[in-house]
Design a protein around this ligand. Structure first.
Ligand code: SAM
Length: 271
């Protein structure tokens, strides 16, 4: 197997109703908290985010890396705003559209299959751009931030939740973290994020750390993979399943050692 094929593919994860994914999702969220997310967020976290960012029914919101659409649809249903998700995985977009139809929110949501590095939206289109646990996939984060800046309206906000890392200089750890997923991951520290946001023109407004619950969420993902590894391997392959277990064990250890955290960073485009 060549290096590019290692790691769990989002095309498999986004099939929310497959037997393995049902088991994974039931273990992590139970019925109540499963909103179709593919991240460390929970409904109560999104409620807080809606409140903090004052999202209301006038808003035009962009969701960068919208996954299977769960968070975008949740935000639209709670606020009545319009949410535009951009997602590079075709299964994710297909599932998002189905979820939106099922929730009667097809008028409030639009899901586009594309690369967030090069978005199809005009300049000054959105009041707010959000992104939930996606940033690690971008090698050129300054480039991504400039693209988000372009599509935001003046004074528009850019708010994302992302893992932040002081990655140890250890090849084994780096190898285990590089390809937990099919898409390569590039880990930045909080200071890297600060610098790159400012380079793109953003003014940083607020940074908060999502600490204890984050540890719980990482642990839950790892435990779900361990508990259901046989069923998961049938869908996602034995090697990738084991790789994913290693990935979450390594991630959890980094959190425990104070080398990994999850930060919510709010910044603003100038007027
Ligand atoms: C961890 S998931 C998070 C999904 C979603 N934000 C959520 O909370 O459910 C990361 C998502 O980013 C998507 N992604 C990766 N690279 C991307 C890119 N260049 N443009 C848009 N989406 C991308 C992946 O396909 C995946 O669905």
């Amino acid at each position: 197997m060549n290096e590019k094929q290692i790691g769990v593919d989002y095309s498999e994860l986004h099939k929310l109703d497959s037997p393995a994914n049902r088991l994974i999702r039931e273990s992590i969220w139970g019925k109540e908290d499963d909103i179709g997310q593919q991240s460390f967020i929970t409904p109560s976290y999104l409620d807080e985010l809606i409140h903090r960012l004052r999202i209301n029914n006038d808003g035009y919101v962009l969701d960068v890396g919208s996954g299977a659409g769960g968070p975008a649809i949740y935000i639209a249903s709670k606020t009545g705003c319009r949410v535009f998700g951009i997602e590079i995985n075709d299964v994710g977009v297909e599932v998002s559209k189905k979820l939106a139809n099922k929730s009667g929110l097809q008028e409030n949501t639009e899901f586009f299959l594309g690369d967030a590095m090069n978005m199809p939206y005009e300049e000054n289109s959105f009041d707010l751009a959000i992104s939930l646990n996606v940033m690690n996939v971008f090698k050129d984060k300054t480039g991504l931030f400039k693209e988000v800046y372009r599509v935001l309206k003046p004074s528009g906000k850019w708010a994302f939740l992302s893992g932040t890392f002081d990655m140890p200089d250890d090849d084994e750890i780096r190898r285990k973290m590089a390809r937990g997923y099919f898409i390569p991951q590039y880990y930045d520290s909080l200071n890297d994020y600060r610098r790159k946001l400012e380079l793109a023109g953003f003014i940083i407004e607020e940074i908060t750390e999502y600490v204890s619950d984050f540890w719980v969420q990482v642990r839950k993902w790892g435990d779900a993979y361990k508990k259901h590894s046989v069923e998961i391997a049938k869908e996602q392959g034995e090697e990738n399943t084991q790789y994913h277990i290693e990935y979450f064990d390594t991630y959890l250890k980094l959190v425990e050692d104070g080398k990994a955290a999850n930060h919510f960073i709010i910044s603003e485009k100038s007027e």
